[in-house]
Each structure stands twice: as C-alpha cells, then as structure tokens.
Design a protein around this ligand. Structure first.
Ligand code: GLN
Length: 432
C-alpha cells in the first residue's frame, strides 16, 4: 500500500460528487493513475448516489467488478463523478447535485449522462474515467467535451456493481484524452466475470495500430440527413476523407430501421427502468418514510419527492408500456424494431468493416437549452442504434464547429472493439 493520496480537484465544473483518499493498492498497468468513476458504479466505502436523493447515504459494502480490477491494476480512485440521475439524460443537468459544466465553454452542458467523468478528463483533473453508456452516455459527453469515449460490445465488461438503469442496453466503458489511454483502460476492465450472467469470456489485450489500408467503411445516409447540423456533418465528412487518405474506402449504406430506433430505445429503457427502480423505497437510505402514514402514502411520498422529474416520468412511461393490454402495443413492438436494427447492422457488416458518422447531431447545447424532454431524446438518435444492436462504438474528436468539439463515431461488428479502436487511433495519429 503506497502512501495515502488526497485528491482535491479544482472542480469549477461540478464534475465530482465525492473524492476519495485511498492510496493505490497494488502495482500494475495503472500504477499511480488517477481514475474518476461515474457515481452509478459501486465503490466500497464511498457513497454511491446515482445523483439521486433516493440513494443519499448509501455506502456500498462492496466494489463493482470493474472497480476491483482498477484497484488491482494499481489505480487510485480519484472520486465519484456527476451524472444525470440514474443515467437518464443527455446533458448531466438532471442531477440532484446540479449540472456539470463543459470545461470547453462553461455556458454549455458537457453532455450526458457521464458528463462528470468527461468534464473531469477534459479539464485535466484525471487522465481517464469510467462512464456508462445505455444509449450514448459515454460517447455523447466525449464528443461534447472533445475527448475519446468507448462503448464496449455488450457483455465484454462486467456490469456487476453497476446500479442498473436498463440492463439489456448498458455497458461500462472508458473515457480518456487519447485513444491509447482509452484502450489501456479497456484492457483493465474487460473480461469474464461470473457475477454477471451476460458477461462474455472476451478479454481485451490490444495495442492500437494505425494501419487501416484496405479497410471498408460504411457511411449510412441516415447519419448525415434530417436533424443533423450541416456544419457538424461537414466536419465529420472531412474526417472520413482523412481516413480515405490513409487507405480506407467508403461505401454508402442505409439503416432503414433507424426510423424506429429511437422509439424502440425509449420504450425498452423506460420499461427496464420502471422495474429496476421499483426497489428504492427510502427504508435503508434516502429520505425516511413517515411511518405514521399508511405504507402506500408513505412510499408515495418518498418516491414522489426523492426521484427527480425525469426519473418519475420514465418510471411512469415504462410502467405503462409494460402494463397488460399495452404490452403488445409498446414493449413487444419495440423488441421487433430492436431486432430489425440488429439485422440491418448484420447486413451492412457483411460488406464493410466499420460504420462511421457523427456521434451527436449537434455541438454541446447551452445550459437549459433542451427544456422539453422530447427534444432532448431526439439528440440520442445517432448513438442508440449501437446499444440496441450491442455493438462496439467509439467517439474520437475530429474538429470543431463554432469553436466546440465534434465527435467522429466509429461502430464495429460485435466483439470487434479492437477494430474501432484502431480506426480511431489511425485518425488521431494522422491529425496530431
Ligand atoms: N440519453 C439517453 C437516455 O437518456 C442515454 C443515457 C445513457 O446512455 N445512460 O436514456
């Protein structure tokens, strides 16, 4: 055990919810490296809140599998980072602790829901961080803050100890300033864990390679169409041109199921959330129920006041989608649409090695700009397809629009995380 390190970040961006004082516990790949951890990932002895009042005072008695791996690799947990409550959002404004600010422009959001992790990396407070990505929550803040973020293939990183939002969609993954840093962190956290029934025995032992000669890149029309800011599209097209100069060829393609992807995503994630969040009742942590009232009234008070508005909205939407009489109309239909998305990707990947496009349709929004839920949901259109299909996807900075960073998104075949990392690395090396 090395000496105790007290981490005191200059946190002007409200990126950290708590900081840790534990010193590194081993030596290895991450010896002496400060890692920030999103506050929906359990850390033994450190309060884990999901940025929700309902978890106030919850101190996990165990580490998430990934946190154990970080410690075993010699990393120091710098602290826990801000997020949209339970991961529900695209801006990190839906937090009981207030919004995180974008270090590139503090009048803007850092993206979400892993906004605290992305801001901590972008501001140089830590080298790397863990986030989670259910529908874009690693890639979106990476794009908005000008850093790199990887959503691994579903099953490659254990979710044991992640406080679940939507189990069938989410993965824990790395954020960092460079592709190499992200790749190194991925090497530490990936691999089989018997505590997660969806875990795959697919460790990641990879050093990024910049050679992409002969690579075939699919360019889906939908990623450059309606709703995508033309200036953002132009920046991303230029970046893809750069990949062509490096020896890749591009092939136009289409993902027709994208028409239903966003709806399928929101029906699925709210349904799973309504069931996951049913367990929070204020009995062991969070605001105590008033036992003088009937249990129905007491729990209604607790859940009605301690969950934020967006979380309550999603619990209600999900409960409705799963209710008898509506199940077939919503949840079952969403699963059909989800299968279509997967089949579209399978078809395209018969002809191409990766698919490229913008990560987000716009640059980072101004704080409070997305005031109605629907316009916020629409911003996820380019990131949710990879979660529905379970495939790996990385966001790498590829220039700016109005002075704000733009992210290039590279999606790959299932379990070909190494390949998307290589393409991002080739681009990064070529422009630096
Ligand atoms: N913005 C999406 C949502 O609100 C994605 C969130 C996430 O990936 N955790 O559900």
């Amino acid at each position: 055990m090395a000496g105790t390190i007290v981490f005191e970040p200059d946190d002007r961006y409200n990126a950290f919810l708590s900081t840790a004082t534990a010193g590194p516990q081993g030596s290895g790949t991450l010896s002496g490296v400060m890692v920030a951890v999103k506050d929906n990932i359990s850390t033994r002895g450190i309060e884990t809140t999901c940025a929700s009042k309902i978890l106030k005072g919850y101190v996990p008695p165990y580490d998430a599998h990934v946190v154990g791996l970080l410690k075993a690799a010699g990393a120091t947990i710098a602290g826990k980072t801000n997020l949209d409550e339970f991961g529900m959002g695209t801006t990190t404004e839906n937090s009981a602790f207030g919004p995180t600010l974008n270090p590139r422009d503090t009048s803007r959001v850092p993206g979400g829901s892993s906004g605290g992790s992305a801001a901590a990396v972008a501001a140089g407070m830590v080298k790397v961080a863990l986030g989670t990505d259910t529908g874009g929550s690693i890639r979106c803040p990476a794009a908005f803050c000008g850093i790199v973020g990887l959503k691994p293939s579903y099953g490659r990183v254990s979710r044991y100890g992640l406080i679940a939002y939507s189990n069938s969609l989410e993965q824990i993954g790395p954020l960092g300033r460079t592709v190499s840093d992200v790749s190194t962190l991925m090497g530490v956290i990936a691999g089989y864990d018997r505590h997660d029934s969806t875990s795959q025995n697919k460790p990641y032992n990879h050093t990024p390679k910049a050679d992409i000669k002969g690579l075939k890149i699919g360019i889906p029309a939908e990623y450059f169409g309606k709703g995508v800011d033309p200036d953002v599209a132009a920046v991303v097209k230029k970046a893809i041109g750069r990949l062509e100069e490096l020896g890749a060829t591009t092939v136009p393609c289409s993902i027709p199921s994208m028409e239903y992807a966003l709806a399928a995503y929101y029906v699925t994630c709210t349904s799973e959330a309504s069931s996951n969040l049913a367990r929070f009742d204020g009995v062991r942590y969070g605001p105590a129920p008033d036992w003088k009232k009937s249990w129905h009234d007491a729990f209604q008070d607790v859940r009605g006041s301690a969950f934020g508005a967006e979380v309550r909205r999603r619990i209600m939407l999900g409960t409705f989608a799963l209710s008898s009489g509506y199940y077939g109309k919503y949840y079952a239909k969403a699963q059909v649409a989800r299968r279509n998305v997967r089949e579209d990707f399978n078809r395209i990947f018969r002809d191409v090695d990766v698919i490229a496009g913008p990560t987000m349709p716009t640059i980072a929004f101004k704080l409070k700009e997305k005031s109605d839920p629907l316009s916020m949901y629409l911003a996820d259109i380019l990131t949710v397809p990879a979660n529905l299909a379970g495939i790996p996807s990385i966001s790498v900075p590829c220039g700016t629009s109005q002075g704000m960073p733009v992210g290039l998104q590279i999606m790959g075949r299932m379990f070909e995380d190494e390949r998307v990392v290589d393409v991002a690395y080739a681009y990064e090396q070529a422009v630096n």
